[in-house]
Design a protein around this ligand. Structure first.
Ligand SMILES: Nc1ncnc2c1ncn2[C@@H]1O[C@H](COP(=O)(O)OP(=O)(O)OP(=O)(O)O)[C@@H](O)[C@H]1O
Ligand SMILES: [Mg+2]
Length: 261
């Protein structure tokens, strides 16, 4: 089974002191799949991403990337093996332009693969790759604008670009559409869809419109446990999910957006 998985979690647990936040998570994500992780505030979604990306060490359990154990590795080692994540807190260089931010991200990823003397030879490739990324992000018109002067949605788009710049096959996004207007969100989901073609995506998301529009499967995390992991229609119809989480969210969503999505 693990050979076929892009990412697999086995019996994953995380304790902070005596409090167990992740309480035995098993999850097998197929290559090319888009998985949304949903659940109430404090359920442990960001903690789960911090475990996968190596920011936190697991208390128990295994994490496999393309069948290879990555638990215990440092974040940059995991990144080199093809897993990249975005942060809720911005990782942009505010005083660099859009192009320079992307170029830095590309060079950083090359820097680990090439000896220094080859970096110069790689610089031309990096420029080209940065230009291509700008196209895909629809930021060509903003090429020389400093990151700090971009709109909020443009900054989030640039962050996605930086996340994918190294060519990672597995992408983790933690609440990528948080704080966006509805039209920005719609455009952004289309962008995420486009730039993750051929990659595996795990995204934490509170917006149910985004979840149901983007995800091939949904993992529902409640108090550190995955209570459902299935295709959207089945998760939506799951009585346990309705009770634990989705019922209240769908009711809230209906109040917040009476005209529907
Ligand atoms: N470094 C830490 N030390 C101690 N407790 C932590 C740490 N990080 C997270 N927690 C606790 O773990 C629980 C889960 O937090 P986490 O941020 O993973 O939730 P979440 O599902 O991402 O929530 P949200 O939807 O609000 O982003 C919370 O009770 C939080 O206080
Ligand atoms: Mg979180």
């Amino acid at each position: 089974m693990s050979d076929a998985c892009a990412l697999e979690l086995r019996g994953l647990r995380k304790r902070f002191g005596r409090t167990e936040i992740i309480r035995g998570v098993d999850l097998a994500v197929r290559p090319g799949e888009r998985v949304a992780v949903i659940g109430p505030n404090g359920a442990g979604k960001s903690t789960l991403f911090n475990l996968i990306s190596g920011r936190f060490g697991a208390s128990e359990g295994e994490i496999l990337l393309h069948g290879q154990r990555i638990d215990g590795l440092a974040p940059h080692q995991i990144n080199r093996l093809g897993l990249a994540r975005s942060f809720q807190v911005s990782n942009l260089f505010n005083r660099l332009s859009v192009f320079e931010n992307l170029r830095c991200a590309v060079l950083w990823s090359l820097g680990y693969k090439y000896a220094f003397w080859r970096l110069l030879a790689g610089a031309h490739d990096a420029n080209e790759r940065a230009e291509q990324l700008m196209d895909r992000l629809a930021l060509q018109g903003r090429r020389d604008v400093l990151a700090m002067n971009l709109s909020y949605a443009e900054q989030r788009a640039l962050e996605i670009g930086i996340t994918i710049a190294g060519g990672a096959g597995v992408i983790l996004l933690d609440e990528p559409t948080a704080g966006m207007s509805r039209s920005e969100t719609a455009r952004f989901v289309a962008l995420i869809r486009e730039v993750t073609v051929g990659r595996t995506l795990l995204t934490v998301e509170h917006d149910m419109g985004v979840v149901f529009g983007l995800a091939d499967r949904i993992a529902v995390l409640v108090y550190g446990e995955v209570i459902a992991f299935d295709v959207p229609e089945r998760v939506r119809a799951d009585a346990r999910v309705q009770e634990a989480y989705l019922g209240s969210v769908l009711v809230d969503a209906a109040h917040a957006a009476p005209e529907g999505r």
